[in-house]
Design a protein around this ligand. Structure first.
Ligand SMILES: CC/C=C\CCC/C=C/C(=O)SCCNC(=O)CCNC(=O)[C@H](O)C(C)(C)COP(=O)(O)OP(=O)(O)OC[C@H]1O[C@@H](n2cnc3c(N)ncnc32)[C@H](O)[C@@H]1OP(=O)(O)O
Length: 291
């Protein structure tokens, strides 16, 4: 089954969310054209869903894209046939460039708050997914891209890319829940160094510190993820799921308790003059890189 979701506006996205049971039908109908930022393929035989991000140029996470991701995750979670989810990218050499910096630079305040809330929701869903989740990291994966990868149960990455929480290099701070997920993944010492230095790890380095679990050649990333999934499927689903929930619940609950506070903190922090200046300079440096 091939399902695509279009981003022709938040209205459609919300319509899909509201009519949850008809999401498949509604979205499939919209998809016939090209330009969908997400491809969701559910193989009813294997029970594996492959969600491929396809938002040029770099799969940056803006409000609309995050909304689409939320819909797709919800759809997978509600689909009794789906036992596993693989997240990957259709953009060559990029898994995701992380949060769309233009959402944070000179923002409209209402949209900024909505953006952050939608990101929180996406993370809560992904980190708490009942089904097995594998990140097939076939490109660079900085900051928000790293968060998405770390939120999966297993990470397979192609060589010669980078991954990490590089926020300090932008002059900003990784939120506490980004830090918590990294702590849960690689432990305190690696996290305190990586967060302060804003380290982007090369694939092999990421493997060495346990930020990713396996390295395979670029063209094998997806098939390796499909194969890995079989190992997880052999474990009785309920026992596996409960083990995951028990381990991840405290981290999720920590954010749930402070969701509104976190939105306010983010808004006040991001709109500070010094932070705006840093973000402006970083955006400029990205644009000048190719000159
Ligand atoms: C209290 C808490 C407060 C704040 C918390 C905030 C947490 C933030 C989390 C984040 O995720 S911030 C984003 C961090 N991401 C990055 O630093 C990645 C930046 N991008 C790159 O390093 C590279 O673009 C690349 C991903 C390695 C890809 O390189 P490539 O050479 O292939 O592409 P190019 O650099 O030419 O980019 C093409 C195009 O896309 C624009 N771009 C890139 N990344 C972003 C982004 N994250 N947001 C918005 N736009 C981005 C780039 O400027 C180019 O635009 P142009 O074509 O108009 O020049």
């Amino acid at each position: 089954m091939r399902i695509g979701i279009v981003t022709s506006g938040l209205g459609i996205a919300r319509q899909c969310l509201r009519k949850n049971t008809s999401v498949y039908r509604t979205c499939r109908r919209q998809v016939t054209g090209s330009g969908s930022p997400l491809d969701l393929n559910v193989d009813s035989k294997t029970g594996i869903a492959v969600l491929s991000m396809n938002k040029p140029p770099v799969n940056s996470l803006n409000l609309e894209f995050l909304t689409e991701l939320n819909i797709a995750l919800e759809k997978v979670e509600n689909d009794k046939q789906c036992k596993g989810l693989i997240i990957t990218s259709s953009i060559p050499k990029i898994f995701s460039a992380g949060l769309d910096i233009t959402e944070m630079y000179q923002p409209d305040i209402d949209r900024l708050e909505e953006f952050w809330r939608t990101l929180q929701d996406m993370w809560i869903k992904l980190y708490g997914m009942n089904c097995v989740t594998i990140a097939a990291i076939n490109g660079h994966s900085p900051a928000g891209g790293c968060l998405m990868s770390m939120s999966c149960d297993y990470r397979i990455m192609a060589p010669n890319y980078t991954i990490g929480l590089n926020e300090t290099q932008l002059g900003i701070v990784a939120p506490f829940w980004f830090a918590d997920v990294m702590l849960n993944t690689v432990g305190f010492r690696q996290t305190e160094m990586a967060l302060q230095l804003g380290t982007l790890f090369k694939t092999e380095e990421a493997l060495n510190i346990g930020l990713i679990d396996k390295v395979v050649p670029q063209e094998e990333v997806l098939s390796a993820a499909q194969q890995e999934m079989q190992r997880w499927f052999k474990i009785p689903g309920f026992a596996r799921q409960l083990s995951k929930t028990e381990l991840r619940r405290p981290t999720i609950e920590k954010l749930l308790k402070k969701k509104e506070e976190d939105i306010g903190y983010f808004r006040d922090y991001i709109t500070k003059d010094a932070i705006q200046k840093s973000l402006g300079m970083y955006l400029e440096s990205l644009k000048n890189r190719r000159k």
